[in-house]
Design a protein around this ligand. Structure first.
Ligand code: HEC
Length: 280
């Protein structure tokens, strides 16, 4: 009796294993079979596969902790930081940025605003953050907090408008900068981002001069970048595009980077904020 049960169990296990291995085989055949689709479709599939577990989540969680923890020479948290909707309001704040801030008398994007808060509330030296590289020193905290703040606007409508005179001035500068050709290749942002259907290294380059394309470009950054295995803020995205443009490296949170961001955000108005995104 016992042996029969044992056999039964063994045979059962055998069938289970068989089942598993044959289903893995079909999966594998499916995955490796040529689909004939465009490479971007494959990238889309890959994105969908890992979208449930966007590693940006880890940065968001770390950012939330940093936001709430008393830190810096003054040992206070960032919870009183005003991102444009009043001190401490995080929900939806990113949908309106960049915008004009009275206390600094400047148009600021998320990162420059966070640096302002770290300086004014916590006593950090903003120049040190500006001079540090990406993922270095306190800049790393700015990046994590950016992930947290942006995630609190996920799924909401982009609502960046240029009403204040300083915003209008900045928008005009951003537009000029977007179309400004220069450098050894005589490139402007528009050289790569003003046509429909343009593609470089399998990446669809959105036409940022139109609302739809601007919403795709602006609305998916910051993002976790699979190819480099880390989280990139919009400032970092731009830094890399200035490089592709063969322009000198822009100073972190400098006016020109904010102006170009404002141009993209205003163009994207009405689109959906999907960041933190997941990119190649
Ligand atoms: C030489 C071509 C080139 C120039 C010039 C260029 N970019 Fe890009 N840009 C790219 C490429 C390529 C990507 C996709 C990057 C990747 O995933 O590797 C990209 C991505 C982007 C994205 C994200 C788009 C998305 O859907 O993820 C934005 C936004 C952007 N660029 C803005 C700009 C701005 C603003 C400028 C001017 C300061 C600029 N780019 C100049 C090539 C360029």
């Amino acid at each position: 009796m016992r042996t029969r049960i044992l056999y039964g169990v063994i045979i059962g296990i055998f069938f289970v294993l068989q089942g598993c291995s044959s289903s893995t085989k079909t999966e594998a055949t499916k995955a490796s079979a040529p689909t004939g689709g465009a490479p971007t479709n494959e990238i889309e599939k890959y994105r969908a596969m890992i979208a449930d577990g966007n590693p940006a989540d880890l940065y968001e969680a770390a950012g939330e902790d940093i936001w709430k923890k008393p830190m810096g020479p003054k040992n206070v948290s960032l919870e009183k930081c005003d991102l444009g909707m009043g001190p401490g309001v995080v929900k939806g704040a990113y949908t309106q940025l960049p915008k004009y801030f009275k206390d600094t008398n400047k148009v600021q994007d998320l990162e420059s605003r966070l640096v302002t808060c770290m300086e004014k509330l916590q006593g950090y030296n903003s120049q040190e953050i500006i001079k540090a590289g990406f993922e270095k020193g306190k800049r790393k905290d700015v990046e994590a907090v950016a992930a947290y703040v942006v995630a609190e606007s996920k799924g909401m409508k982009i609502n960046t408008v240029a009403k204040h005179p300083k915003e209008k001035e900045m928008l005009a500068l951003g537009e000029k900068s977007f179309f400004y050709q220069g450098g050894p290749m005589d490139f402007s942002c528009a050289s790569c981002h003003a046509e429909n259907g343009k593609r470089i290294r399998l990446q669809d380059l959105p036409n940022i001069t139109e609302q739809k394309g601007a919403a795709l470009g602006w609305g998916y950054w910051p993002a976790y970048r699979v190819s480099s295995g880390n989280f990139w803020t919009m400032q970092r995205r731009l830094n890399d595009c200035y490089r592709q443009q063969r322009f000198p490296e822009p100073i972190y949170i400098s006016d020109d980077t904010i102006a170009v961001s404002l141009y993209m955000a205003v163009k994207a108005n009405g689109g959906t904020m999907n960041a933190p995104g997941l990119k190649r």
